[in-house]
Design a protein around this ligand. Structure first.
Ligand code: DGL
Length: 264
């Protein structure tokens, strides 16, 4: 068996990154870990997120993952540097796409939607300092978006109402680019685009993260075969995963299991 790529998130949001990785590297085996019992990470303190992410990393490494994608902005902010200093495998992290957004805005105002944990981190402030000079950046945590995705509620009146409430104030404040700085949010992208209109650009980093992972594998990946596997492990409710996985990852065949391995 080939060593798999490990992917982790607080829940199902990182499946948006799994979709990009499967598109780009259809032959790579994948083990995805969803910490849905502890979702959301966004409001949790950094040391708690870090403890969870270290425990999940141990589980992924016990399955011989050759590379780990932290498909969670909040977990990246809280833990990526400590992980790199501790484990010998390469880690790919996420960060809100402030730099490309600052490069394409015409109004000079960019909206960043992300979790509280991501927006509060020192790393995010450095990102603004380094890449958003002269651009007005308005930030907005959207915990309700995470909840919508964890329920598989990607459209309908209630979801539209929540998306309007979170995004329209940014558009009214002049933003012509919205950055989706949380891996759950791309699943709401069609609805967000419909709400904000076609003139507003929406950016997320899933595809770029998949390309970075491929580079770290030295641009060599396994050929697709009927044996290529995808295993999804959740600390949350297995029936919910079984119901939502085909909706969030259409066309991907996966073995879905639950984990009770992490105690705290
Ligand atoms: N998907 C995650 C992120 O990118 C976390 C969402 C949450 O658990 O609050 O930050």
């Amino acid at each position: 068996m080939n060593s798999p790529i490990g992917i982790l998130d607080s829940g199902l949001g990182g499946l948006s990154v799994l979709n990009e990785i499967r598109n780009l590297m259809p032959g790579e085996d994948i083990v995805y870990f969803a910490d849905s019992a502890w979702c959301p990470y966004g409001p949790r303190p950094a040391d708690e997120i870090q403890r969870r992410v270290f425990a999940i990393t141990d589980i992924l490494l016990a399955r011989h993952c050759k590379l780990i994608v932290i498909a969670c902005n909040s977990a990246t902010i809280a833990a990526v540097e400590a992980l790199r200093a501790t484990y010998p495998v390469p880690f790919v992290g996420m960060e809100p796409a402030v730099k490309p957004a600052a490069a394409i805005t015409r109004s000079g105002t960019v909206g960043v939607l992300a979790t509280e944990a991501s927006l509060a981190g020192e790393k995010f402030h450095r990102l603004l300092h380094d890449h958003a000079d002269g651009v007005k950046v308005i930030t907005r945590p959207c915990p309700n978006f995470v909840d919508l995705v964890e329920r598989g509620e990607l459209d309908g009146d209630r979801a539209r109402g929540i998306v309007e409430e979170e995004t329209l104030p940014l558009i009214e404040a002049g933003a012509d680019v919205l950055v989706l700085g949380c891996t759950h949010y791309p699943f709401l992208r069609p609805l967000i685009q419909d709400v904000v209109g076609p003139d507003v650009k929406i950016i997320d980093t899933g595809a770029a993260v998949a390309r970075h992972a491929l580079q770290l594998l030295k641009n060599r990946c396994q050929p697709a075969s009927p044996q290529t596997s995808c295993q999804v492990i959740t600390t949350g409710d297995l029936d919910t995963l079984k119901k939502l996985f085909p909706q969030l990852c259409p066309g991907i065949r996966a073995e879905l299991t639950s984990s009770h391995q992490i105690k705290s």
